[in-house]
Ligand binder design. Structure first.
Ligand code: ARG
Length: 475
C-alpha cells in the first residue's frame, strides 16, 4: 500500500517501486513501529485529534497486529513499500478507514528514525549480553591458566616471559571497553526524535516529551531538523560493532596460529572445527578464521554509512534509507559469530607443556640482566649495551643467558656478579613484575578478580536495561 498518491496522475513505474521498496529489509522494524504508533495514538487521543471510540478501536487493532507480527500471521506483501505502509495497511484491514487517522501529526521521517533507535537499543543490549558471556569464557580460561608460563611476543618474536592467563585475559579488557561503549551509546542516544514530523515539528503532536517518556527515552531531540537528519547514533553503533568485530578478529588470529602443529598451544574442540572435503586428515580452525574474516564486513558497513552521510543536506533525504542494511548486517553477523566464538573459547584445550617450552627462546631474559645492572646504579643505556653483549656471547657459544660463566659475566661488565643468575629464571622475571598491570601471579590474580567483578556489574546493567525495554515494548 502506498502512503501517498493524491497528487500523482499514475503510480510509480515498476522499476521505481523496486528501487524504492525497503520493506524486505525494514520489516525488522515492525514490532517497534507498532509500539511507536501506540504511543502516538495516546497523544492523538489526549489532544482530541482522535475520539475515544476510534482510539480504542485503533488501539485494539494495533495490539492484535503486533501479536500477529510476532507470530508471523501478519507480514508484508508485494505491494507494500516499507514497514510503515505495510502496518497501516494491516491496521486499516482490521479497523476500517479510521485506521488512517494514526498518520496525523507524524511523518515517516520521524517515525522511521524512532523505530530504528528502538531497534538499536534492543539489539545492542543483546550484543552486549553475548559480549559479556564471551568475557566470562575468557576469564574462566585465564583463571585456569594463570600459572602457565608462556613466552610473550612483540613483533611476533620472543620478547619476555609472561603468564598465559595474563595473555588470555587481555582480550577480556578489550571486550569490556566494548561494553562500556554500548553503555555510553545508550546514555547519549536515548533521546527521542519523535514529534519532529517531516522536519519542522508537529502542531498535532505538541508534547513529544510525553511520547518519549512512554517509549523509555530519557528526553527529546531539541531540534526537529536535526532529529530527522541525525544518523550519528547509527554510525556510532556501527563503530562499536566493528570494534567488537576487530577484537574477535584478533582472538581468531591467535587461535589460528596457536592451533598450528608448529605452535601446538591450543587444541580447538572438534565441535568448533571443520574438516576438508579432500584431505581426510584435516581439522581446520574455520571458526577462528571466520572471526578474523567477518571483521571485513563490519568495517565495510561502518564505511558505507559514513559515505552516505558525508555532504548530505540536512532534514530527510531518501539517501537515509541506506542507513538500515549496514546496521542489520552488522547486528546479524555478530549474532552468528559471537555464540560460535564463545563456544570455541569455552571448549579449547590449552597445552601448558607446549606453551612453556619456548619460554627462554630468543634470550627472553636479557631485560633481567639490564634491570639487574640498572638496580645497581648503571645508567640503563649502558646496562642495555651490557645485556646485549651477554646475548652476543650466548649466541657465539650457543648458550642460554643463565649458562654463561661468572668469568663471562664479569668480562661484559664488572658489576655483573654471579648473583645475576638468580634473576635469570622465567618465573623470577615474571614475578618481579608485580605492579597493577604486570604479569606476576599476584597481579594476574587481582586482574582476573577485577575483570570478573566488572563483568558482573556489566551483566547487571544489561539485564536491568533489557527488563525495562521489554516491559516498555509490552502492547
Ligand atoms: N523507508 C524510508 C526510510 O527508511 C522511510 C521514510 C520515507 N520518507 C520519505 N519522505 N520518503 O528512510
Amino acid at each position: 500500500m502506498a502512503l501517498w498518491g493524491g497528487r500523482f496522475s499514475q503510480g510509480p513505474a515498476d522499476s521505481v517501486a523496486a528501487l524504492s521498496r525497503s520493506v524486505d529489509f525494514d520489516w525488522r522494524l515492525a514490532p517497534y513501529d507498532v509500539r511507536v504508533n501506540l504511543a502516538h495514538l495516546d497523544q492523538l487521543e489526549s489532544n482530541g485529534i482522535v475520539g475515544v471510540d476510534v482510539a480504542a478501536a485503533i488501539r485494539t487493532g494495533l495490539q492484535q497486529l503486533g501479536k500477529e507480527i510476532a507470530s508471523g500471521d501478519f507480514s508484508y506483501n508485494d505491494a507494500d513499500e516499507d514497514v510503515h505502509s505495510a502496518i497501516e495497511r494491516g491496521l486499516i484491514a482490521k479497523v476500517g478507514t479510521v485506521g488512517g487517522s494514526i498518520r496525523a501529526g507524524r511523518s515517516r521521517n520521524d517515525l522511521v528514525v524512532t523505530d530504528f533507535k528502538l531497534y538499536l537499543i534492543d539489539h545492542l543490549l543483546e550484543v552486549a549480553g553475548l559480549v559479556a558471556a564471551l568475557i566470562d569464557a575468557i576469564t574462566a580460561q585465564a583463571d585456569l591458566h594463570k600459572e602457565t608460563i608462556a613466552p610473550g611476543f612483540t613483533h611476533l618474536q620472543h620478547a619476555q616471559p609472561i603468564l598465559f592467563g595474563h595473555e588470555l585475559a587481555k582480550h577480556a579488557h578489550a571486550l569490556l571497553r566494548d561494553l562500556d561503549r554500548i553503555g555510553d551509546w545508550l546514555e547519549r542516544n536515548s533521546i527521542s526524535p519523535f514529534g519532529a514530523g517531516a522536519l519542522a515539528g508537529s502542531g498535532i503532536q505538541p508534547f513529544p516529551e510525553v511520547t518519549a517518556e512512554e517509549l523509555g527515552f530519557t528526553g527529546v531531540n531539541g531540534n526537529s531538523i536535526d532529529a530527522v537528519s541525525d544518523r550519528d547514533f547509527a554510525a556510532e553503533a556501527l563503530f562499536v560493532l566493528a570494534m567488537i568485530g576487530i577484537h574477535l578478529s584478533r582472538i581468531g588470529e591467535e587461535f589460528t596460529l596457536w592451533s598450528t602443529s608448529e605452535f601446538g598451544w591450543a587444541v580447538i574442540d572438534d565441535a568448533f572445527s571443520t574438516g576438508s572435503s579432500i584431505m581426510p586428515q584435516k581439522k581446520n580452525p574455520d571458526i577462528a578464521e571466520l572471526a578474523r574474516g567477518k571483521s571485513g564486513r563490519l568495517i565495510g558497513n561502518l564505511t558505507s554509512l559514513l559515505v552516505v552521510l558525508k555532504g548530505l543536506p540536512f532534514a530527510y533525504n531518501r539517501d537515509l534509507q541506506e542507513d538500515k542494511e549496514p546496521i542489520f548486517d552488522s547486528i546479524e553477523t555478530l549474532f552468528v559469530l559471537l555464540p560460535a566464538v564463545i563456544g570455541m573459547m569455552e571448549t579449547t584445550k590449552f597445552m601448558p607443556v607446549a606453551i612453556e617450552a619456548g619460554v627462554l627462546d630468543g634470550h627472553s631474559l636479557a631485560t633481567e640482566v639490564a634491570d639487574f645492572l640498572a638496580r645497581r646504579g648503571v645508567p640503563f643505556s649502558q646496562a642495555h649495551e651490557a645485556a646485549g653483549a651477554c646475548v652476543r656471547l650466548c649466541e657465539e657459544k650457543s648458550l642460554q643467558l643463565h649458562e654463561l660463566s661468572d668469568v663471562d659475566f664479569a668480562s661484559v661488565h664488572p658489576l655483573l656478579s654471579s648473583d645475576v643468575r638468580a634473576q635469570l629464571t622465567a618465573l623470577g622475571a615474571i614475578n618481579s613484575r608485580n605492579s597493577i598491570p604486570g604479569t606476576s601471579l599476584s597481579s594476574v590474580i587481582n586482574q582476573i578478580a577485577e575483570l570478573v567483578s566488572e563483568n558482573n556489574q556489566s551483566k547487571r546493567w544489561i539485564e536491568n536495561e533489557r527488563k525495562s525495554f521489554t516491559s516498555m515494548m509490552k502492547l
